[in-house]
Design a protein around this ligand. Structure first.
Ligand code: FAD
Length: 462
């Protein structure tokens, strides 16, 4: 079947570079092409892909078709009075920030990298350092092209069918169709700078206590955790909390560049990195240095947006540091009251000597109506570990069970190894999502490697 745009065969992986699979990648020329051709025959189904920043297999479709949604990259409308932007779904948050920050507006929710698309942000209902809501909570409306070629205007306040379709799409991991446009509610900012408060916490209990006590004084909050520490120092951490700086917060140097936002990539990881660079010894030394680098007691400083939100984006391809065997990120959330699970997880990672330089603890104060959305009120811990860590599979299966017992869940955008049985226990609204998904996709067109592995949608062949 002839389709406008380019068609190539590609091997795709997620950010953690495990479980590659080959797909036919279609880059359409315009959003209209999607509605016109989504109903074509697609053996082994169809899936949209953004910038491939999900860690596991969510944006892959082995043997099937993958739509490269990054070509849908137009900003359609900017309402600077109301703080609303309408764009195509392949626009990245990096582009949005570059356009919006100098104009005094900011995407309300941004994750730990700016290289994600609006479509990917909706499909994973991503969260950031903001405790009060996830991406979908700040989407006024979105356009979905369903597998039968219908174009639906979705919104949280739309009539029932389209409201349900919205909450099945937000967090629905691309399986309800292709998001082509979205209208986003922005946050006003006075400057392109952050006022950041940094403190060291002696262990994870100290860290959680400080977060509970005074997070409400800040808009953003995150703790970097030293996962190699143990005993009374278990989970020692650097807690960073911040707000957008006002003009009066700035010094003379920053006042000359009040709303300048020009992030740079300063280093690129080499294409080949030897396996074993990330090991218990190297990470112990790195974590020690990182912890000591933080001020011993309360410290406030003005930092750039990149320095606070996206320090890792300065190193292009940093995911290659783990070598050819890749890594995984385990991220889970447990409700308040289940702090023991956070402690146990850190104990187990520390005892296993799992070398991780990236482990962060955050809090959510709310969830939303997304059937498969990850956030619930509680604590979320995310930890990167090399796949070569001895006993990792068993360790994570055990943690899954503790998370389930506590009423928590793992994050599908980061997942590469969960089992279908545990998925159902973690997402109590899975069956409701399946019913709505089946209504939107009666031809069973939408598929991904994630959905095949987890049996996410009804009728998925394993
Ligand atoms: C360094 C780093 C830090 C991160 N930090 C965070 C964080 O703090 N919080 C957080 O929540 N996440 C975080 N993530 C994960 C990331 O935000 C999500 O995985 C996000 O979905 C990636 O967007 P993407 O455009 O790369 O989408 P992809 O990875 O390409 O796709 C992700 C999902 O979105 C679907 N999708 C993509 N485009 C569309 C579309 N147009 N229509 C329908 N479905 C679509 C895909 O089918 C897939 O299921 C981080 C990732 C990295 C690499």
């Amino acid at each position: 079947m002839d389709r406008p745009g380019s068609i190539t065969e590609q091997e795709l992986t997620g950010w953690a570079r495990t479980a590659p699979s080959r797909s036919t990648v279609w880059a359409p020329t315009a959003t209209e092409d999607i509605a016109a051709h989504i109903g074509d025959e697609h053996p082994r189904g169809l899936l949209a892909r953004g910038l491939g920043r999900s860690y596991g297999d969510a944006a892959q479709n082995a043997g099937g078709t993958v739509i490269d949604a990054t070509v849908l990259d137009r900003i359609v409308d900017l309402d600077l009075d109301q703080g609303l932007v309408t764009c195509e779904a392949g626009v990245s948050l990096a582009t949005l920030m570059q356009v919006l920050v100098p104009l005094g507006w900011f995407p309300t929710v941004i994750p730990g990298t700016r290289f994600v698309t609006v479509g990917g942000a909706i499909a994973s209902d991503i969260h950031g350092k903001l405790r009060l809501g996830s991406f979908a909570d700040f989407v006024e409306s979105a356009t979905l092209v369903t597998p039968t070629g219908k174009t639906l205007a979705l919104a949280a306040d739309a009539p029932k069918a389209r409201r349900e379709a919205w909450w099945a799409t937000a967090g629905g991991m691309g399986l309800t169709g292709v998001v082509t446009h979205a209208r986003l509610r922005l946050h006003p900012i006075e400057t392109a700078w952050m006022r950041v408060h940094t403190e060291r916490c002696t262990n994870v209990d100290d860290c959680m206590a400080r977060m509970l006590e005074s997070d409400h004084e800040y808009r953003y909050s995150v703790a970097w955790i030293d996962t190699m520490a143990s005993g009374s120092a278990l989970g020692r951490s650097v807690l960073e909390r911040g707000d957008h700086a006002t003009r009066s917060d700035l010094g003379p140097r920053q006042r000359r560049r009040v709303r300048d936002y020009a992030p740079r990539v300063s280093v690129e990881m080499p294409g080949w990195v030897p396996n074993g660079l990330v090991n218990p010894m190297s990470i112990k030394a790195f974590n020690e240095m990182w912890f000591r680098k933080a001020p011993r007691s309360h410290h406030e400083a003005i930092r750039s947006i990149v320095g606070f939100f996206h320090p890792l984006d300065a190193v292009l391809g940093w995911n290659r540091v783990y070598g050819s065997q890749g890594f995984l990120q385990y991220q889970f959330v447990v409700p308040y009251g289940a702090e023991a699970v956070i402690r146990t997880a850190l104990e187990r990672f520390s005892a296993a000597g799992a070398p991780s330089f990236l482990a962060v603890l955050k809090r959510f104060e709310s969830g939303n109506d997304g059937y498969l959305s990850f956030p619930i009120p509680g604590w979320t811990l995310a930890i990167d570990v090399p796949t070569t860590t001895p006993g990792l599979g068993e360790l994570l299966d055990d943690l899954d069970d503790l998370v389930i017992e506590a009423g928590g869940r793992v994050y599908l955008a980061k997942d590469s190894r969960l089992s279908p049985e545990r998925l159902a226990a973690m997402y109590p609204r899975l069956d409701q999502w399946r019913t709505i998904q089946a209504r939107l996709d009666p031809t069973e067109t939408m598929h991904s490697d994630l959905d095949r592995r987890l049996g996410l949608r009804k009728g998925t062949p394993q």
